[in-house]
Design a protein around this ligand. Sequence first.
Ligand code: ATP
Length: 223
Amino acid sequence: MATASASTHSEQSDLRGLKGVIPLIGLTGGIGSGKTAVSDQLGKLGAGIIDTDVIAHQITATNGFAIEPIRKHFGSDYIDENGALDRAKMRTLVFAKPEEKKALEAITHPLIRQETIKQALQLAKDGVPYLVFVVPLLLESGTWLGLIDQLVVVDCPVETQIHRVMQRNNLPRSEVEKILKTQASREERLAHADFVIENQGTLSQLTDEVNQLNQKILQIQKG
Ligand code: ATP
């Protein structure tokens, strides 16, 4: 994993260094709520998007920075023939053994954080009007709320989440429900929201909502 810059001091490379320099927007929502759909649209409107889920996938893809440490801890059984993390196998393990989930996170979280910082600094340097950190478990992780300026929550009924994820990932209902149990409730997320994107209509309605959100964030920036 490349560091933000070999000569960058840790305080500077920390996200806190960006506070007050550029608006820091957190974007969260339950599984299948539509975070990616929203962040893709915000990206098209010019926002700087840092998606921690995308980063987590990159570092565990073929030749990703987390692969060798994962192999060392869990063994080659968890690495597939392409040299990527065997996600299905790992998912089964970490659901069954919380201590192995912790071990996996001890490997991946620092790498995700490092890459998050690197991307945020680069986007800020590129001159984007604001940064959006897409963090599925933003509330659960504890540290993000103290950092971000505004929180956007993408919301829809749980039944809609379940149907979308069953369809998208070809998962049985029971698997989606298991994942939902590990996430904050709809109510908990909404209680922390500065902006709520209601994503229970069509994708075209979502686009309208996201356009309005972008305008509101740009207004805050001006004000
Ligand atoms: P995850 O937490 O699993 O990463 P997510 O919150 O990023 O999910 P998306 O991937 O954006 O959610 O959306 C989940 C699925 O639902 C996708 O297949 C997406 O195309 C679809 N989807 C999202 N919003 C809508 C909508 N308003 N109408 C129809 N389909 C939608």
